[in-house]
Write a protein that binds this ligand. Structure first.
Ligand code: XMP
Length: 326
């Protein structure tokens, strides 16, 4: 019989037994899943856990600072922040294929964790136990949609499931592997995480890297970050955060259309708004947002973001569309 208390107790016991006196690291992404996984493992093994936040340069505006401040304040967890922007952008250069992007991002994450592992052991000095385990906030839908479930099609390689390299040297701890998002939120609450973390909208590990249709470059990321920040700000101001499950903002970098702005003709890129409502992300419906909020977002993005001359709304359910565009 399922209660959050049971889940927590059961996982804490399992993790203690599995890890023993060894050390574990946990990749924090700023999202709900990794935050709850980290808090759960911290409850089990305390300071044998170090969290690693990889700033891959694919984060949204203000996100890194938020993790550095809020998460540490809420949990007192040991956090290591790795600036890996150059590494990821170099690895992604010239790549447009969505699955290839996902695999590269998954692989680079692991490479950064391996490096962090070595540093953590070195910092701990002679009493440093080996880091053997990697904690991931993988959920049940991630497993299913990456083809890890029974008899399900491989839809996309989630960065922490199908996107892992084959020569992985860590043993994985995935305490949320059987749970859905709403259950994860309840477990987070049970563990005492603050509302701002537990109620955050989902954001994918590969970040904005899978929200640029086309090659991922720094310039395009900066542009998308601006558009995304405007959309998020306006949705919050309009009081719509709880109503929508998440709202990916996508840059169609390989598409151009003609516009007229200021003194004349422009030939810019479209931004797609993809607000959805959902229970568990396995299926979703497009959110019927108020026109005023959409109008405000559209006006601001086309006025404030360079090279964007069109904002379009995605009115596709899942299925047939997935929530993210890639
Ligand atoms: P899709 O696009 O498959 O997304 O309908 C379902 C949910 O999963 C999120 N998503 C990911 N989350 N790593 C993650 O942590 C990933 O690689 C990944 N891909 C998609 C997506 O934002 C949505 O909430």
């Amino acid at each position: 019989n399922w209660t959050t208390v049971n889940v927590v107790d059961e996982q804490v016991a399992l993790i203690r037994e599995q890890v023993g006196s060894k050390r574990a690291i946990c990749g924090l992404s700023g999202g709900v899943d990794s935050a709850v996984a980290a808090a759960l493992v911290q409850r089990a093994i305390g300071s044998q856990l170090t969290c690693v936040y990889v700033d891959h340069g694919l984060m949204r505006k203000g996100e890194t600072e938020q993790v550095e401040k809020d998460f540490v304040a809420a949990t007192g967890i040991q956090l290591k922040v790795v600036d890996a922007e150059e590494r990821f952008l170099t690895a992604l250069a010239g790549v447009s294929d969505p699955e290839e992007k996902r695999k590269i991002i998954g692989r680079e994450f692991i490479r950064v964790f391996e490096q962090a592992q070595a540093e953590i052991v070195a910092e701990a000095g002679e009493h440093g136990e080996e880091v053997e385990f990697l904690v991931q906030g993988t959920l049940y839908p991630d497993v299913v949609e990456s083809g890890g479930g029974t008899g399900t099609a491989n839809i996309k390689s989630h960065h922490n499931v199908g996107g892992l390299p084959e020569d992985l040297q860590f043993k994985l701890i995935e305490p949320l592997r059987k749970l859905f998002k709403d259950e994860v939120r309840m477990v987070g609450q049970e563990l005492g995480l603050p509302e701002e973390i537990v109620q955050r909208q989902p954001f994918p590990g590969p970040g904005l890297g899978i929200r640029i249709v086309g090659e991922v470059t720094k310039e395009r990321l900066d542009l998308l970050r601006e558009a995304d920040a405007i959309a998020r700000e306006e949705l919050t101001l309009a009081g719509l955060d709880r109503e929508i499950w998440q709202c990916p903002v996508v840059l169609l970098a390989d598409v151009r259309s003609v516009g007229v702005q200021g003194d004349g003709r422009t030939y810019g890129h479209p931004i797609v708004l993809r607000p959805v409502s959902s229970e568990d992300a396995m299926t979703a419906d497009w959110s019927r947002l108020p026109y005023e909020a959409l109008a405000k977002i559209s006006t601001r993005i086309t006025n404030e973001v360079k090279d964007v001359n069109r904002v379009v709304l995605d009115v596709t359910s899942k299925p047939p569309g997935t929530i993210e565009w890639e």
